[in-house]
Each structure stands twice: as C-alpha cells, then as structure tokens.
Design a protein around this ligand. Structure first.
Ligand SMILES: Nc1ncnc2c1ncn2[C@@H]1O[C@H](COP(=O)(O)OP(=O)(O)O)[C@@H](O)[C@H]1O
Length: 177
C-alpha cells in the first residue's frame, strides 16, 4: 500500500507521519511503517534537484529523477510534492489559513512565505492538484486545525487500514481571501 501524505507546508505532515514510524509500536499491528520524508531525501541527494531558488530558499525538485529514485516504494511518502507520484491513496492535510500562518511564523519562516502558503491553502491548491491527478475516490482530506499531531497520525492510520472513506471539500477556507 502506497499512501501519499501531502498538503501545504505547515499543515503538519512531518509531525504526524513521524509518529507513524515510531518504534514504540504505536500502530495497532505493532509494525513500523516505512515513512519517506521526501523533502529530506531531496536535500540529501544532489541529483534529485535542479537548482536552488534563492528567493524562496528552497530547492527546485526534479520530479522525474525523484520518481526513478523512489522506484517501487511502499508505505508513506510525505511531502508537499507527494501527490506528484504514483500512489494508491492520497491524504491531503488541511489547516485554517490563519492558524497555518501562525504555525509557519513560529517555525521561523519569513512573513512573505507564511502569507503565500496561507493564501495557497485558502485556494485549495494542493487539494485540487491531488483530485485532478487521482480522482476524488482516492483522496482523503484531513483537517488538522483543531487536531494535535497524534490525532492526525491516527486519522492517517485509518486511511492506511481502509477504515475511512475518501473525502473532499470538507473545509471552506475562502473567508481568508
Ligand atoms: N496538528 C498540529 N497542531 C498544532 N501544531 C502543529 C501540528 N502539526 C504540526 N504543528 C506545528 O506546525 C509546524 C509545522 O509542522 P510540520 O510537521 O513541519 O509541517 P509540514 O511538514 O506539513 O510542513 C511545526 O512547528 C509543528 O510543531
């Protein structure tokens, strides 16, 4: 089973998926999940990106090279780029833009970056991309606004285990715009 966990930066992908890989056997099955933190992988392997975007302080990913590198992956692929790769189910983490902006500022992101991401979240950019590529029947939206990372991890686990139906359009953040 390949589950892509995507969402605007700051929605809590890293925090939630870290918990699924924990060695304390938090999964009911007691098994550890294979969790690929894609952004870390891109940063550590020079042939997975083409250039450094100095304005944004980020790397421009080479999607084709990453796809080759991932090969026949299994488990969880976590990144705001995760929905650009083959997967069986796609989880899209969501967060109210005002809250997202605060999370990003607290994480130390520049104001412009925090605002840009909050706007992109309000416009459903990543959700739309995921639905366009995979179809609604494979997309699972999870609102993290009032959930802590443990609760988000538990929801992702339900998706993995087939205990949750697909869901799209469960939030409306357009009030931010
Ligand atoms: N469910 C949550 N509730 C509140 N704060 C969170 C939650 N998930 C993550 N955070 C905080 O928000 C920031 C961004 O989280 P992170 O997991 O790095 O997001 P992402 O991987 O989606 O960019 C971090 O400072 C983290 O501590």
């Amino acid at each position: 089973m390949r589950v892509a966990v995507t969402g605007t930066p700051g929605t809590g992908k890293t925090s939630a998926t870290e918990r699924l890989a924990d060695e304390d056997g938090s999964r009911e099955s007691g098994e550890d999940m294979n969790v690929i933190h894609l952004n870390e992988l891109i940063e550590s392997e020079a042939d997975l990106w083409t250039e450094r975007d100095e304005d944004r302080g980020s790397l421009v990913a080479d999607l084709e090279a990453i796809s080759d590198r991932l090969g026949d992956w299994d488990g969880i692929l976590e990144s705001h780029l995760a929905h650009h790769f083959e997967a069986d189910r796609v989880v899209v983490l969501r967060c109210a833009p005002e809250v997202l902006e605060d999370r990003l500022l607290e994480r130390g992101e520049p104001e412009a970056t925090a605002h840009e991401n909050a706007e992109s979240e309000a416009l459903d950019v990543i959700l739309s991309e995921a639905v366009e590529r995979f179809g609604r029947e494979h997309v699972y939206e999870i609102d993290t606004t009032d959930r802590d990372p443990d609760a988000v991890a538990a929801e992702i686990e339900r998706v993995l285990d087939g205990d949750r139906d697909p869901s799209v359009g469960t939030v409306d953040f357009t009030g931010y715009l």
